[in-house]
Each structure stands twice: as structure tokens, then as C-alpha cells.
Design a binder for this molecule. Structure first.
Ligand SMILES: *Cc1c(COP(=O)(O)O)cnc(C)c1O
Length: 468
């Protein structure tokens, strides 16, 4: 006998087919906390099916984050499911693996003392940026207090930054002096940095791989300008590099570019392990040039988990699997493997930039040059070239019907007038997959030409997009 669907206590037999089961013959709870147990197999399938409605991450050409991993990483993540990164006493080998990764990164970024310097894993670049920013703020405050100066108006100078720096500034009460864009200049310049520094500047944050255009900001030129400033005025302004993407690209594909601890003024660097570090989601890093660049007051000694362990973090409990997977990548790939994977991405980015340029209506703003930025491309519409009256928001919308996420967005001030579209080429976005996307892009342009857009999409109407 079939039970009434509204009966509270449902019964089923283990022989029911999943889709003929009582569980899946009703709408599952969405707000009401469930009263009863359910069959795990049915619940699993219901949730897996719902997840089909999410985008297909491999076709997401907006994200910088890793969407493809080795089978070995899946296995390591599985056996690490119980590893708590904070519990360094219970999981000393996980802690040791984290420390090895810090030393390897310090060496990769040319720290003068990679064996003894300090650094830690985080959940991503955002947490790493908060820690880097806090260290700058504490160092500045100590210096100012020693000079007898006021310590109530700290400021931080940056170019067009990722939202995490806006968060840092607001959460930790620092004035963000974000350099506005002008004309063709879509990143910071040394001259614009110098216009904004004063005795309350806690640091300058160049981005190695700006999220909007994917270009590298000129870290060395900014550092040189600050050297000159110090020689002339005595002001000694440190640099923290937001190398969320570039930290795992430049060392392999632009080794001659000086952006890291080779420049003495660079005191700390953050990166996202889960972007071009190729680790699964939830891995970030921050490393200081030398141990003395991290103020001791920010380190907490946690002793109630057993041993006495120093930590610097915003979180407490945190999964350890990503860090173990990161270590696997370092051993598995080495400099050679990272260089090969990322070079393949750069080649694909340049190919796509060339093909999109040939389509006619677009002007390429960044073409995936490995000495200038990350494996990506960005373009804008040429004036009046959009036959059928489409905007880049319409094109993004059209591509989405085929599953591709190719975001369009406007630039920050003073170039809010400029709307651009961008593709990130990361591990797993192959040449061939790129060709399939190009075919869909051509089909979209044909369609606009045949069916002009009656009401073109504006930024407000287009679906939201986050620069991550
Ligand atoms: C992605 C990104 C961030 C934020 O990193 P998460 O790892 O997502 O927290 C910060 N800065 C830049 C330049 C980025 O590209």
C-alpha cells in the first residue's frame, strides 16, 4: 500500500529504486529542520542531482581557481578528511608538511633565509592578505610610536585591487589609497605611488596578476622609486606583494622578473595555493622575507591542544587536506612540471587572443604574455563594431547558454566607462576546449548579426560576477 505523501513518518524498503522511493517522491525540506531520518543512498542522490544545476566548473573561464586535480589528490584528500590544521600536536606530520611547503615557497621566492623565515598556510589569499596587512600595520605602529608620532591614521597604497584589500582596510581600520586608472594605464605606476605616500603609509601592495586585466604591476619599478624616496626623505615604506596568481607563475614562466624577496623592500608575499599552485580549494600562503619581518605580538601560543604551538591565523580549526595536496604537487611536479603546465596555458591564452582579435569587433587589452601577466586574455569592444547592437554583457549571456562563463565587467575608477571581457586559462583549459569555445563565440556573433538585440543588457541587468 502506498503511503500518503503527507504522512510524517515515511517508510521505505531498501529494495526501492532511488527514484521510486518515498524520499524522492516528495519535495525535500528546504527550510524546516527535518523531523525524521532518511535513507542515505536516496539523500545522496537527491543532493548530487541538485548539484547538476550548478555551473560546470571546467567551462568556467572566469575563475582563477583550480577545477582539475590528479586522482592521487582525490585520494589524499579522502585520507586527510580528519586532519585539523590547527591541531599540530595531534597531527605533527601535517604540521611538518605545512612547514616544508613554507620553506619551499620561501626558497622559490628567493628569501635570504628560507630555512628560518616565517610563513603559514591559510584558507586562501584573502586570509593571507589580512595577515600580511596586519603585520604591516603592527610594524608601522611600532616604528611610529618609537619616533613619538601619531598612530591613528594608517594608510595603505595599492592599484586596482581584489576585494580582499577593501575588506582588510575596512575591517582593520586602515585608509585604502587606491590609485585610480587613467586612460590606457590600467595598473599602478611608481609616479602615482609616490604621490600618495606619507609617514602614515604602512605599505604599498602591488598585485602580481591584477584580477581585472590580469597584468603584473611593476613591483621592481615601485621598489626602486621607494628606494629613491628613502634616500631623499628617510621614509622607509615596505612592500607586500599580492601574488595570488603570480606567485605560482612568475617563478616558472618569467624567472627573470624581479618581484619577490630579491627586492629587499618586499617584506611579505601572499599567494593562492588553489589558483596556479594547483591545490584543491582552500589553500593559501603568506611568507615573510625574514623572521624579523613578522611582529612577534601577532603570534599566539596555543597550548591547550597538547603541545605549545605558535600560530598566526584568523581561523582556528581548518582542514589539512589541501595543504597535504599542495605538498604532493610540489613533489610530483617540481619546477619542471609547473613550468610545463603553465607554459601550455600561456600558449593557449595567446592562441585564443589571436583568434579573438581576428574576429574583428574586439580589441585585445591583454594577450597572455608570460612576462607581463598571467595566462589569460582580456578584450573590449571596438567602437561601433558590435553588429546587431550587442554589449559584452549580451555576449557573456549568450555564451552561458552553452555552459561557458566568460565574464564581462566594468573597470574600477576612473575607467568605469570601460567594459571588458576576460578568459582565464588554467590547468585543464586545453587548446581543444578553447577551440570549442571559439566556435560558440563565432556562432553568438552570427546570431547577433541575424537577430539584432532589441534591448541590450546593461551591467545592472547582467548576472553578478566576483573577481576570484
Ligand atoms: C583571487 C585573488 C585574491 C583572493 O584570493 P582567495 O584565494 O580567493 O581568497 C586576492 N588577490 C588577488 C590578486 C586574487 O587574484
Amino acid at each position: 500500500m502506498r503511503k500518503n505523501r503527507s504522512t510524517k513518518i515515511k517508510s521505505y524498503t531498501n529494495n526501492d529504486d532511488i527514484y521510486a522511493s518515498v524520499d524522492l517522491s516528495t519535495s525535500l525540506p528546504k527550510s524546516h529542520f527535518p523531523d525524521t531520518e532518511r535513507n542515505p543512498r536516496n539523500v545522496f542522490n537527491a543532493i548530487r542531482d541538485e548539484l547538476l544545476l550548478d555551473g560546470n566548473s571546467r567551462q568556467n573561464l572566469a575563475t582563477f581557481c583550480q577545477t582539475w586535480v590528479d586522482d592521487e589528490i582525490r585520494e589524499l584528500m579522502d585520507i586527510s578528511i580528519d586532519k585539523n590544521m590547527i591541531d599540530k600536536d595531534e597531527y605533527p606530520q601535517t604540521a611538518e608538511i605545512e612547514a616544508r611547503c613554507v620553506r619551499m615557497l620561501a626558497e622559490l621566492w628567493n628569501s635570504p633565509s628560507p630555512e628560518t623565515t616565517l610563513g603559514c598556510s591559510t584558507i586562501g589569499s584573502s586570509e593571507a592578505a589580512m595577515l600580511g596587512g596586519l603585520a604591516l600595520k603592527w610594524q608601522w605602529r611600532k616604528k611610529r610610536a618609537a619616533q613619538g608620532g601619531a598612530t591613528d591614521k594608517p594608510n595603505l597604497i595599492c592599484g586596482p585591487v581584489q576585494i580582499c584589500w577593501h575588506k582588510f582596510a575596512r575591517y582593520f581600520d586602515v585608509e585604502l589609497r587606491e590609485i585610480p586608472l587613467e586612460g590606457e594605464r590600467l595598473i599602478m605606476s611608481p609616479e602615482e605611488v609616490l604621490k600618495r605616500v606619507d609617514e602614515n603609509t604602512i605599505g604599498v601592495v602591488p598585485t602580481l596578476g591584477v584580477t581585472f586585466t590580469c597584468q603584473y604591476e611593476p613591483v621592481k619599478e615601485v621598489s626602486d622609486a621607494l628606494d629613491e624616496l628613502q634616500a631623499n626623505t628617510g621614509l622607509d615604506i615596505p612592500i607586500h606583494v599580492d601574488a595570488a596568481s603570480g606567485g605560482f607563475l612568475a617563478p616558472f614562466c618569467a624567472p627573470e622578473l624581479e618581484w619577490d624577496f630579491r627586492l629587499p623592500r618586499v617584506k611579505s608575499v601572499n599567494t593562492s595555493g588553489h589558483k596556479f599552485g594547483l591545490a584543491p580549494l582552500g589553500a593559501g600562503w603568506v611568507v615573510w622575507r625574514e623572521a624579523t619581518d613578522l611582529p612577534e605580538e601577532l603570534i599566539f601560543n596555543v597550548n591547550y591542544l597538547g603541545g605549545n604551538m605558535p600560530t598566526f591565523a584568523l581561523n582556528f580549526s581548518r582542514p589539512g587536506g589541501q595543504i597535504i595536496a599542495q605538498y604532493y604537487n610540489f613533489l610530483r611536479l617540481g619546477r619542471e612540471g609547473y613550468q610545463k603546465i603553465h607554459s601550455a596555458c600561456y600558449a593557449t591564452a595567446q592562441f585564443l587572443a589571436n583568434e579573438i582579435d581576428k574576429m574583428g569587433p574586439f580589441e585585445i587589452l591583454f594577450d597572455g604574455d608570460s612576462s607581463k601577466g598571467i595566462p589569460a586574455l582580456a578584450w573590449k569592444l571596438k567602437d561601433g563594431a558590435n553588429i546587431g547592437g550587442y554589449t559584452l554583457y549580451d555576449l557573456a549571456d549568450k555564451l552561458r547558454t552553452r555552459g561557458w562563463q566568460v565574464p564581462a565587467y566594468s573597470m574600477p575608477a576612473n575607467r568605469n566607462d570601460l567594459v571588458i571581457q576576460r578568459i582565464l586559462v588554467r590547468h585543464g583549459v586545453s587548446y581543444d576546449l578553447g577551440c570549442l569555445m571559439l566556435d560558440d563565440m563565432k556562432r553568438a556573433l552570427d546570431s547577433f548579426a541575424r537577430h539584432p538585440v532589441a534591448h541590450s543588457l546593461t551591467e545592472e541587468e547582467a548576472s553578478g560576477f566576483n573577481h576570484g
